[in-house]
Structure formats: C-alpha cells, structure tokens
Design a protein around this ligand. Structure first.
Ligand code: GLN
Length: 311
C-alpha cells in the first residue's frame, strides 16, 4: 500500500510538470503562469497572456479573473492551459497558440503559414478607407500578398461596395484567407499568383483596378539580429524577409504590375520598412506616380506610402 502511494506521488510529480492536474485553483494557476513567464516577457504582456488563456479556455472575463480566484479548474482545461504555458515558454506567439488574432475589430484564424496581423497594418487600412470611401464609383481593389487576408477582408467589411481581389503566392495562406473571409461573411475573390513572375497574368480579366494595396516582405536579412525570437523562429520568413542587396524587389514588381493594371488616377498603397520610405517614394515618382505621400505610424515610423497613377 505504502509503496503504491509513493509510486503514485512519484508519477504525478513527473507528469504534472509542477502543476497538479487536480485541485488547481484559478489563483494558483495565475501565480504559476506569472512565475514561469517572468523574465521572458514584460509584466504587461504576461498579464495579457493570462487573460487570453483564461478567456479562450474557460470563457472568463476580466471580472471573472478577479472574482473566481478560488474556483477549481477542470482537468481537461487545465491540461490545455498547461500546454499554452509550455508553448509560451518556447516563445511561440500567443496568436499561433490560440489560432486566432484580432484585426480592425475582426477575429481571424492564424497559423504559422501567415504573418500575425500587425497594428500598423490596421493604420494602413484606415488610411485607405479615408482615401477611397468618398468615391461614388464601383471601385475594384487588389491586395497583393494577402496572407491571412486581413487587409482585404477588413476593407471589404468596411466598404462593402468595393469589389475586392486578393492574391498570394502561398496556397496554404490562401486556404486560410478564404476561411477568414467566410468567418467574417465577406465576399473576396482570392487568386494564387507570384508577383515576381512578371509574365504571369494572374487575373484573367481586362478590367483595371482603382486601388492596389500591399504589405510585401520588407525586413532585411541583416535586421534578423535585432528581431525577437517569437517573430524570427515562428513567423513565415517568406512573408517577412528580403535580401539586403535588393530590398525593394517586391515594390518594383508591384509598381510594374500596377502601372499595367491601375486605372488613371488609381491609387497604390504600401506598407514599408521605416528605413526605406524615401526610396520607395522615389521609385513611385520615377514610374509616373504623383500625389505621393508618406505617413507615419503611431510609433512615429515612416510606415505607409501612397501614390496615384498618372497615365
Ligand atoms: N511589420 C512586420 C514586422 O515588423 C513586417 C511585415 C512585412 O515584412 N511586410 O515584423
């Protein structure tokens, strides 16, 4: 009997990874999460991870977190929450762990096949809406390198009269983007295509676009040293990086495509590397774009550019 008891104690201490799978209260799990994540993330981040974990797995609100401290967490949820902790300790982004992210007030599915939508990209969407929402015409818009579909879906949601197209080179990204459009009940035309393949005519239509938008890969390989593990080791490099010797590769290709497919006075919007805004602006100028504007994001970085096609 005594031996069995010791075996039991031994096994549960091996398998529980510091967390007993029974009789764990909300309070003790919160304490454990704080302890285990300390040093790896700042306090503010840890508190938001705690909230998201409880919200996702137990449906808790902020108030529940305060009022239900003594509640025992059911074993099934505890196992899942323990797994969230394990993955956070490996610096996996929370959005990939939970499989969802918020963008412009919309919930989107995310997987490591796509970038996690960024707040600065929300600013780009707002800028586009401000710019094109006054038009009475039935506009056609194309998002190049759509990833999770965030830009295209948010624009369609806010401007339902615009005909929205979105393309990506990655089939798995497109599959996810289609699911996101369905989840958010918007109609977006998705197409597979490689913008770097200049001979590809990925939209088999002669109609022009009134607006092209893109957040292409713009992080330099040499910037890798300054990046956080959660981005560098978990987000798709194909969506992030360009070679230092040709940092504007995607911008050149998109400008080239736009010069053939934008209507007169059609708009081109870009998200850019903060260090390359001026170069992208001259590129636009040298390619018959006018009314070029650079816009800073909320952290004061030159993050967005627009121009109007003149021919
Ligand atoms: N803004 C993203 C980052 O900081 C990069 C997005 C992109 O390359 N288009 O990681």
């Amino acid at each position: 009997m005594l031996i069995l008891f010791f075996i039991n104690v031994f096994l549960s201490s091996v398998f529980s990874n510091q967390m007993s799978n029974s009789n764990t209260s909300v309070q003790s799990l919160i304490r454990l999460l704080r302890e285990e994540l300390k040093g790896l993330y700042d306090t503010h981040e840890i508190e938001s991870f705690i909230f998201y974990t409880f919200e996702f797995h137990l449906g808790y609100s902020q108030t529940d977190l305060l009022l239900k401290k003594e509640v025992q967490i059911p074993e099934q949820q505890l196992i899942k929450m323990n797994d969230v902790l394990r993955r956070l300790k490996q610096e996996e982004p929370m959005q990939y762990i939970l499989g969802e992210a918020w963008f412009c007030g919309l919930k989107l599915k995310v997987t490591p096949d796509v970038l996690i939508p960024r707040p600065e990209t929300e600013e780009l969407v707002e800028w586009i809406i401000d710019d094109i929402s006054h038009s009475n015409l039935k506009l056609r818009l194309l998002d190049i390198g759509t990833g999770s579909g965030c830009i295209a879906i948010a624009l369609k949601k806010r401007l339902p009269n615009v005909e929205v197209w979105a393309m990506d080179v990655s089939n798995s990204a497109l599959e996810l983007a289609k699911q996101n459009a369905a989840l958010n009940k918007v109609d977006v035309n998705f197409i597979q295509g490689d913008i770097l393949n200049s001979s590809a005519n990925f939209i088999n239509q002669s109609a022009l676009f009134d607006c092209v938008v893109s957040n292409p890969p713009y992080v330099l390989q040499s910037e890798k040293q300054t990046m956080k593990t959660n981005v560098l080791e978990h987000e798709p490099h194909v969506a992030l990086f360009v070679n230092d010797w040709d940092p504007l590769l995607f911008y050149k290709a998109i400008i080239n495509y736009s010069s053939r497919n934008l209507s007169r006075n059609g708009k081109l919007f870009f998200e850019v590397n903060e260090a390359k805004a001026l170069e992208v602006s001259s590129l636009l100028q040298n390619n018959n774009f006018a009314a070029i504007e650079i816009k800073k994001d909320l952290s004061g970085k030159e993050r967005m550019i627009k121009g109007a096609w003149q021919l």
